[in-house]
Design a protein around this ligand. Structure first.
Ligand SMILES: C[S@@+](CC[C@H](N)C(=O)[O-])C[C@H]1O[C@@H](n2cnc3c(N)ncnc32)[C@H](O)[C@@H]1O
Length: 246
């Protein structure tokens, strides 16, 4: 997948335009405030678009992302903030944190049950007892029917005077889990024509609420809330769970 490496600047241009990160911040801030958590690790911090708001609002923030290119863009935008390149399946923080959020459906890239188990185990180890984890995932029950219909989606964005376009189509893949192959074509307008920048393909995982609940139970997290939420392209649930003693 090139979106978070070779195409990281295109990601930044497009997502900054069509995602309302202030709304995203307000959503997670409500959850964290309710549980009185001001110390925060964001996994899948991307290009730092949420970090801006957490920093502005007095959170003790650290972002973690697998992609060096994404982290480099975050550091360029917020040179004084803490961002680390790391894998959610294997990371270790210096000190345990009060809360972990995994944003923008980053959990979709945990393609095997072993990946999911490793990520929950790492998050568990890096959280204080009573600490909160919150993450969103694509709901298989609502999204797979859309894949079966063969829906095609176009996203457009204008960033710094340049017009970008992404055409996406999805193909169901049941080799490992309830995954889909996301084919996309990125282009930008030059003169009066769109010129192709790059094609991209990635495998993305959907989950059912039940399977997520079981994985959390196995990993000693107690579910506090399950929030139904529509995002820019995907029907999702957001989980809020608490780390309990083993
Ligand atoms: C859809 S983007 C979301 C970025 C950001 N949260 C946002 O909303 O703009 C998913 C991010 O997850 C990161 N990612 C994928 N697998 C990861 C892993 N195993 N550990 C940490 N980050 C990962 C990617 O590099 C990418 O930046």
């Amino acid at each position: 997948m090139k979106l978070y490496s070779k195409l990281s600047e295109v990601y930044e241009a497009m997502y900054t335009t069509f995602i309302n990160y202030e709304e995203e911040y307000k959503f997670y801030n409500k959850i964290l405030s309710k549980h009185k958590k001001l110390n925060l690790l964001e996994i899948g911090s991307g290009t730092g678009n949420l970090a801006i708001y957490f920093e502005e609002n007095g959170y003790e923030y650290c972002g973690l992302d697998l992609s060096k290119e994404m982290v480099d863009i975050s550091k360029r935008k917020l040179p004084l903030s803490k961002f680390i390149v790391g894998d959610m399946r294997t990371f270790t923080t210096k000190n345990k944190v009060d809360s972990v959020i995994v944003t923008g459906r980053t959990i979709s890239y945990l393609l095997s049950n072993n990946d999911l188990m490793s990520a929950f185990a790492s998050i568990y180890e890096n959280l204080k007892i009573g600490g909160i984890i919150s993450f969103d995932f694509i709901d298989a029950n609502r999204f797979i029917p859309r894949i079966l219909k063969g829906e095609k989606i176009t996203h457009e964005a204008i960033y710094k005077g340049v017009q970008y376009k992404r055409k996406s189509k999805w193909e169901l893949s049941l080799k490992a889990g309830m995954d889909f192959i996301w084919h996309s074509e990125y282009s930008k307008k030059v003169g009066d024509k769109f010129l192709k920048i790059e094609d991209d393909t990635s495998i993305v995982r959907t989950f059912t609420k039940d399977e997520i609940e079981i994985f959390l139970l196995i990993n000693n997290f107690e579910i506090k809330e399950v929030i139904n939420r529509e995002t820019y392209a995907f029907p999702t649930y957001v989980i809020v769970a608490e780390k309990i003693e083993k």
